[in-house]
Ligand binder design. Structure first.
Ligand SMILES: CCCC/C=C\CC(=O)SCCNC(=O)CCNC(=O)[C@H](O)C(C)(C)COP(=O)(O)OP(=O)(O)OC[C@H]1O[C@@H](n2cnc3c(N)ncnc32)[C@H](O)[C@@H]1OP(=O)(O)O
Length: 280
């Protein structure tokens, strides 16, 4: 991967720098002209979020914050999936400690992305169910390619999405639309997501999506970064405070629910259906 990334950069000229391949499942490239960092998830085939991807995402977000980038664009290395959400295989037939770790690291990624003062945007170049939608809605702006699906489908898995997990979603959708979508576990098409306000723009290619995200981040060029960042965080402070109060209990609640025989059974059936889908 390191080799192919370097080749890609050389072929493109020196307009962007690959800051890090220290982590295996994410890469960070900073555009020399704009100073904007692109954080790419690369865990084939569908960027399902196992503990390693969640840790790598946290490391990359810290790196982008520390290298003084002007903003962060989150995207995927794959052609039709942004992220399939949590890796269900990692949560199936496992012990409670593993479930606690998975959930703790999901919380850590969410708070790192939701709570950064940097401008953030998601170039959603494929499907974004569940944890994929969570990451996209933690960002301030979303641009999505046509004919894909996005949404929080936890209800379909027998899981109750906690309030913090819903907050990015409920911040951008009217309350009534959000309540109905969450109780149905609804997946929106790109067009439906755009019409509802879940995504801000539609782009016909990943490159165009990244460009539109960069234009959004560029719109802050003349705004004082400290004032911008603190204003953003004031808007998010209530969600963050509420999350901090319940984060430990939330891990315990998730581990208890996800390890219950009922939810394990739903996960087993869900995984079977996913595998069989490939055979049809
Ligand atoms: C149960 C606890 C819930 C905890 C709370 C919520 C957070 C979550 O994130 S739960 C995860 C919910 N995710 C989903 O429901 C998405 C499931 N996946 C899909 O709908 C499709 O795979 C997707 C639309 C993302 C992509 O479709 P395709 O491009 O057609 O790919 P395939 O469906 O053929 O999948 C390829 C390959 O990947 C495996 N896969 C897909 N999703 C996951 C996943 N979330 N975890 C682990 N593995 C996943 C799928 O089984 C296929 O594997 P193979 O058959 O071995 O190729």
């Amino acid at each position: 991967m390191l080799h192919s990334n370097l080749l890609r950069l050389v072929a493109r000229g020196s307009s962007s720098r690959l800051m890090s391949t220290a982590t295996k499942l994410t890469t960070v490239e900073v555009n020399d002209e704009t100073g904007i960092a692109t954080l790419t998830m690369n865990r084939p085939p569908v960027n399902s979020q196992n503990v390693q991807l969640l840790l790598d995402l946290q490391a990359s977000i810290s790196e982008i914050e520390n290298n003084k980038s002007r903003g962060l664009i989150l995207t995927s290395a794959h052609s039709n999936v942004f992220s399939a959400g949590l890796d269900i295989f990692e949560m199936y037939n496992t012990d409670v400690e593993r479930l606690r770790t998975v959930w703790t690291e999901l919380q850590n990624v969410w708070i790192a992305l939701y709570g950064t003062s940097l401008p953030t945007a998601a170039a959603i170049n494929g499907h974004a169910p569940a944890g994929g939608c969570l990451l996209a809605t933690a960002c301030e702006y979303r641009v999505m390619r046509p004919n894909f699906l996005i949404g929080l489908n936890e209800a379909q898995l027998g899981i109750i999405a906690p309030k913090w997990l819903m907050s990015g979603f409920t911040n951008v959708l009217p309350k009534r639309v959000a309540e109905r979508a969450l109780t149905q576990g609804r997946m929106f098409t790109t067009q439906e997501a755009f019409e509802a306000g879940l995504v801000d723009e539609i782009a016909s290619s990943k490159e165009e999506a990244v460009e539109k995200c960069a234009a959004f981040i560029g719109s802050f060029a003349k705004v004082n970064p400290l004032a911008r960042g603190l204003t953003k965080l004031q808007f998010r402070a209530d969600n963050i405070k509420e999350f901090e109060k319940i984060r430990e209990k939330d891990v315990a609640d998730f581990a208890a629910l996800a390890s219950s025989p009922e939810v394990q059974k739903v996960m087993g059936t869900y995984l079977e259906n996913l595998k069989n889908k490939g055979k049809k």
